[in-house]
Ligand binder design. Structure first.
Ligand SMILES: NC(=O)C1=CN([C@@H]2O[C@H](COP(=O)(O)OP(=O)(O)OC[C@H]3O[C@@H](n4cnc5c(N)ncnc54)[C@H](O)[C@@H]3O)[C@@H](O)[C@H]2O)C=CC1
Ligand SMILES: O=C(O)CCC(=O)C(=O)O
Length: 388
């Protein structure tokens, strides 16, 4: 019986992927083979013995100690693109909320319950001047990070008649293909900031993006620009953003990651991390995460990992060995020799590497003995071995 520990509320559609005859799934499981989670932080987790993989039902893995997982041979997955549409739609709402008097107007009308039907019309017509906004059409949106969400946001904005400028120094080939050619390329962040009426952030929370938006970068923005942060709190220096709001340099800050000093300001739209909170996105992420765990646990296949090479081999025999090693010469040949000494034939194999990790899937024609498995596990540079 395999065991999956869940953190956070995971969509039932994802949990239903685990056949209950083979899997026990729950939030109280102590010695799991796999973990399926959303935003819960695992940084203080002591890895339970036997933990093989962690699947983040979502995009950002800043809540997972990825480096420590790699050192312990634990594969970490995310679900790329699975919630991109949900975030894009909320960015669209953020653009509109920061441009039109929607929130202030709603608050105003909510206080009119005592006004008579006769007085209502004239009153609204007299007061609406307080809630005038601006249109998005013709304005420039700067998109920082052109991955799954950023490229989708860029497309949406073009569809709304905006001009779009994008910045992503590490854009993937797939993401570049997804981008319409109307998206102008910024040579650097400063150029993007200086040309944008709206700036939307879609980068991961990593060391390189910490405080990406700070007093120095904010100095480059157009007076009165609006900033949208649906990425992570750490990407914007809140104190510096507040100064920019107070001086009018920024006219609005829309954030999915508010801190206390941002609450109850008319120029801040603060949401409780709602970017991916749609039924569709939660289903997509949970299903993707669950399937990735099942593939890995049952077959050693790796799809959408953030720390191991992706490596998938259709199963050709009843016996499969999967192992990871430091990406140096001769390790694979040593393992093949150990198998050959036991007269075990390799029917199919796949070897993939990523940075300093190599991962191997070997379909073999007979069951490996405990001795040969121990010899492989003891091979220098091998740090993860399973016989499935
Ligand atoms: N508010 C919410 O509920 C959600 C927030 N997110 C956040 O959005 C982030 C992005 O998500 P995806 O687009 O799905 O990820 P992605 O991996 O598809 O795209 C991220 C892009 O950022 C680029 N990038 C990295 N460093 C950069 C830098 N310094 N400057 C400019 N670009 C840089 C990468 O090259 C990549 O193209 C996630 O890491 C997560 O933190 C994601 C989903 C939901
Ligand atoms: O699970 C969630 O609601 C958060 C999603 C998110 O932030 C992400 O996918 O990076």
């Amino acid at each position: 019986m395999y065991k999956i520990r869940t953190y956070n509320t995971i969509a039932v559609e994802g949990l239903d992927q685990f056949p209950r005859a083979q899997y026990e799934v729950g939030s109280e499981i102590a010695q799991p083979d796999g973990i399926l989670l959303r935003s819960a932080t695992l940084h203080d987790l002591t890895f339970p013995t036997g933990l093989k993989a962690i699947a983040r039902a979502g995009a950002g893995v800043n809540n997972v100690p990825v480096e420590r997982c790699t050192e312990s041979g634990i594969v970490v997955f995310n679900s790329p693109g699975a919630n991109a549409n949900a975030v894009k739609e909320l960015v669209m709402a953020g653009l509109l909320l920061s441009s039109r008097g929607i929130y202030a107007g709603l608050s105003y009308t909510a206080g009119l319950s005592e006004v008579t039907a006769e007085d209502m019309g004239p009153l609204l017509e007299a007061e609406k001047k307080h809630f005038k906004g601006q249109e998005l059409m013709g304005k420039t949106l700067g998109v920082v990070g052109l991955g799954a969400i950023g490229s989708s946001v860029a497309n949406m904005a073009l569809g709304m008649g905006m001009k779009v400028i994008g910045y992503d120094p590490a854009i993937s080939i797939d993401a570049a293909w997804r981008l319409p050619n109307q998206v102008q390329k910024a040579e650097n962040l400063q150029q993007l900031l200086s040309r944008s009426d709206y700036i939307s952030l879609h980068v991961p929370a990593i060391e390189a993006t910490k405080n990406l938006i700070n007093s120095t970068s904010l100095a480059s923005i157009k007076d009165g620009a609006k900033l949208l942060n649906f990425a992570r709190e750490s990407i914007v220096n809140t104190a510096d953003a507040l100064v920019a709001l107070n001086t009018g340099k920024l006219s609005a800050y829309v954030t999915d990651f508010p801190s206390p000093e941002l609450i109850n300001r008319p120029d801040v739209i603060a949401l409780p991390h709602l970017g991916a909170s749609t039924r569709e996105a939660e289903d997509n992420c949970a299903i993707m995460g669950a399937r990735q765990l099942i593939e890995f646990i049952e077959h050693g296949n790796i799809r959408n990992s953030v720390n191991f090479p992706n490596c998938e081999l259709e199963r050709t025999t009843a016996y499969r060995i999967c192992f990871a090693n430091q990406n140096v010469p001769k390790v694979l040949s040593q393992v093949l020799n150990l198998l050959a000494e036991e007269n075990i034939n390799v029917v199919e194999m796949l070897n993939k590497s990523r940075d300093n990790i190599a991962y191997n899937i070997l379909d073999i024609d007979s069951e490996p003995s405990a001795e040969v498995l121990a010899a492989i596990a003891g091979t220098e540079q091998v740090f993860h071995l399973r016989s499935i």
